[in-house]
Design a protein. Structure first.
Length: 201
């Protein structure tokens, strides 16, 4: 087991400060096959423009990773990131393929402002859905948000479920918005379903 008291990784567009421990798993021949890391994140910032804007910033968190050496695959058993937008949970896996990086990632948060949620939404993924939500929900808080991202064989699939409260929702063009709206929504690839349970017109 390797103990890491402090590490800082700086790339062109990202900085990570962390500490923790790494366990080496070996095969029958003694060759390292996997690395299992339990890390405390002391700071993470990343400028991912134009994929995600504005730049991401998290003050802290924890992560458990299992990394297969050959073929390379990074499995995120559980990760928690804390920042101004709230606390985000992340799990899943990413791995390289001939067509780029494939992924299966699940993101969850109990509560987040709707604008902060849109900031985390990559503009290149389902841009029409993102634009519709930005134009039709002017205010509010999202709860129990679950986002599922899958990229397999070069094809991206997305799904999201959430509740919303204290929202200003523009249901139909030319009609006054609904205020103090409460309800829930579901997005599956390019389809958006919103259920409004209560509100004032």
């Amino acid at each position: 087991m390797l103990r890491i008291d402090a590490v800082e990784v700086t790339a062109r567009d990202a900085t990570l400060r962390a500490e923790g421990q790494v366990l080496l798993e070996r095969g029958a021949s003694g060759t390292v096959t996997h690395l299992v890391a339990q890390m405390r994140i002391n700071g993470l910032s990343a400028d991912m423009d134009p994929l995600i804007e504005p730049p991401l910033a998290f003050e802290g968190g924890d992560a458990t990773l299992r990394i297969a050496v050959a073929p390379l695959k990074v499995e995120i058993g559980a990760a928690t990131l804390m920042g101004a937008a709230g606390t985000l949970g992340l799990s899943g896996a990413v791995w390289p393929t001939a067509s780029g990086w494939d992924l299966a990632l699940d993101l969850a948060t109990d509560r987040i402002d709707h604008r902060a949620a849109l900031d985390l939404w990559p503009p290149r993924i389902r841009p029409n859905v993102r634009r519709w939500l930005a134009e039709h929900i002017d205010a509010g808080t999202l709860s129990d948000l679950r986002l599922y991202l899958r990229r397999l064989a070069g094809e991206m699939h997305t799904a999201m479920t959430f509740g919303f409260a204290d929202a200003t929702v523009r249901v139909l063009g030319g009609m006054p918005p609904v205020t103090a709206g409460r309800g829930h929504g579901r997005i599956m690839d390019g389809r958006v379903d919103l259920t409004l349970l209560e509100g004032r017109a």
